[in-house]
Write a protein that binds this ligand. Structure first.
Ligand SMILES: Cc1cc2nc3c(=O)[nH]c(=O)nc-3n(C[C@H](O)[C@H](O)[C@H](O)COP(=O)(O)OP(=O)(O)OC[C@H]3O[C@@H](n4cnc5c(N)ncnc54)[C@H](O)[C@@H]3O)c2cc1C
Length: 480
């Protein structure tokens, strides 16, 4: 019998994997009894921000990780395929259908019992009854406090900044054009989490209160070109106006942009803007590879909008994570051509995020070193991102099931993406630990790598998949 706390991406995947190994599971999820500040439903595996699982090709690392998860029988990957929406070479999903598919699969599984309750202390665990904590970045306060006592680590709070979403019918189609960058599907270099990011500080910050802004719908002409994105082109004057409004807008939490310590991979737009007038034009507003069909030229700058649900009635502003006050956001973002009348379904915001210092606390099996009958999985375990969270849940679920059945636990080879992620979490430098997305950089290099990044990455993927297959055969995992 396994107890899992938290029915998010990691907890749901862990429950599925363990139950598929014939081990009974009790999954405790606190919603809807106790909500979080960002979840909106009572569904399991609700995606709280971007609807993208990022790149889906084998020459990028997250594409490899997803393929490994598919081979391991991942429920999250199966649900993602079943709710896929157009997003070039990325895997993006209709968030409602996705969460609904997972919820149905988990609640109907004969060996999984779901209880809706907040767990306030770490449950007792033993070899026959291991526990997995997968309560995510918004772990409730009493449990956070209990975990802090257990791991003996000073907690790090960091702040996630998420992008706004607008209602499609309020986008002025006469001012935007449909296109993918370079006229083709997303390539590996675009394999970034478009609609959210992480910024980090050492203290807890305030969460912005909910608020909706109403705007009139804008009918307009439909620009019916090819491509997965709606692009809002800006002239030099329009960019200047937007830039000036952005750098003078009031921020919800941050007042001194020089002193804030942010995660460089994904900065709030106002922080980027404060670094220089053109910083945004080399970041989320870069126009390269986008030709405006009305002028036949690249615009001076561009904002990309990506479809956020299957119905196509929500679009998120790609890379536009922000912590500007919500009223101010509406004013500033409506300076973007095409968004003058935009109605915001969700504003960008900043919130608390919690994780343990993986290398100090965990083994590469996702077991707590000091208490091996306890596992951490998901964002709480010190990984970063939807796919990585689900991947850690997958292996934690398999390993907890092995422990409960009295079998040996063997982590996947380090040459696989899923094994490399676990290795990173357990062995990175604890002094400078940062949760990581999967990258080829944390997978050991090939002894004789082909020249060229694409070929090299493909070769790393080939080796990873061969090694994963060997590992699965050795464990008689036959999900394929
Ligand atoms: C606002 C926000 C935006 C994000 N945006 C993105 C993004 O766009 N892309 C991306 O890849 N990653 C994003 N992340 C990171 C994202 O949370 C993780 O990638 C992923 O959801 C983590 O999965 P998880 O299973 O660890 O946690 P979650 O999916 O959050 O699941 C944890 C579950 O545990 C439950 N829970 C918490 N405490 C308790 C308790 N005491 N008892 C019982 N249940 C409890 C919660 O209700 C929740 O359902 C974002 C995170 C946040 C907070």
């Amino acid at each position: 019998m396994i107890t899992i706390v938290g029915g998010g991406l990691a907890g749901s995947e862990a429950a599925w994997q363990a139950a598929e190994c014939d081990v009974p599971v009790t999954l405790h999820e606190m919603r809807p009894v106790r909500p979080t500040v960002v979840h909106k439903t009572d569904r399991l595996a609700e995606l709280v921000c971007s609807n993208s699982f990022r790149g889906d090709k084998l020459d990028n690392a997250v594409g490899l990780l997803k393929e490994e998860m598919r081979r391991l029988g991942s429920l999250v990957m199966r649900a993602a395929e079943a709710s896929r929406v157009p997003a070039g070479a990325a895997l993006a999903v209709d968030r409602e259908r996705f969460a609904e598919t997972i919820t149905r699969a988990i609640t109907k599984h004969p060996r999984i019992t779901v209880t809706r309750q907040e767990v306030t202390a770490i449950p007792d665990s033993s070899e026959r009854a291991p526990v997995i904590i997968a309560t995510g970045p918004l772990t409730s306060d009493p449990l956070s406090a209990a975990i802090a006592v257990l791991v003996g680590e000073r907690y790090l709070y960091f702040y996630d900044a998420i992008s706004p979403i607008v209602l499609a019918e309020t986008i002025d189609r006469s001012r935007v054009f449909r296109a993918s960058r370079w006229g083709r599907s997303l390539g590996p270099k675009s394999d970034v989490r478009g609609a959210e990011c992480d910024v980090r500080r050492t203290e807890r910050g305030d969460v912005v209160p909910a608020e909706r802004v109403r705007g009139a719908g804008a009918p307009g002409l439909d620009n019916d070109g090819q491509g997965d994105y709606l692009n809002c082109p800006l002239t030099l004057d329009e960019y200047d106006r937007f830039y000036n409004a952005l750098v003078t807008a009031e921020s919800a939490t941050v007042h001194d942009f020089d002193k804030e310590r942010f995660f460089e991979g994904c900065l709030p737009i106002e922080v980027m803007a404060h670094r220089g007038r053109d910083t945004l034009r080399f970041g989320p507003m870069k126009p390269v590879g986008l030709v405006d069909p009305r002028t036949g030229r690249e615009p001076y700058a561009a904002v990309q909008l990506r479809q956020d649900n299957l119905a196509g009635d929500h679009f998120s502003l790609v890379g536009f994570q922000t912590q500007i006050k919500w009223g101010e956001q509406a004013r500033v973002l409506r300076l973007i051509p095409g968004l003058e009348q935009a109605e915001f379904v969700r504003f960008g915001m900043v919130h608390r995020n919690t994780y343990v210092n993986g290398p100090s606390v965990l083994d590469e099996t996702w077991q707590v070193r000091a208490r091996p009958t306890l596992f951490f999985a998901g964002q709480m375990s010190g990984v970063e991102g939807y796919v990585e969270s689900a991947a850690s849940g997958l292996i934690a679920g398999l390993n907890a099931a092995a422990l409960a059945r009295g079998e040996a636990i063997a982590p996947p080879p380090r040459t696989t993406a899923i094994g490399a992620l676990a290795y990173y979490v357990a062995h990175a430098n604890p002094a400078h630990y940062e949760p990581s997305n999967i990258t080829f950089g944390i997978i050991p290099p090939l002894p004789h790598a082909p020249r060229g990044k694409k070929l090299r990455n493909q070769a790393l993927s080939d080796r990873a998949l061969a090694d994963l297959d060997g590992w699965m055969r050795s464990r008689t995992l036959v999900h394929q």
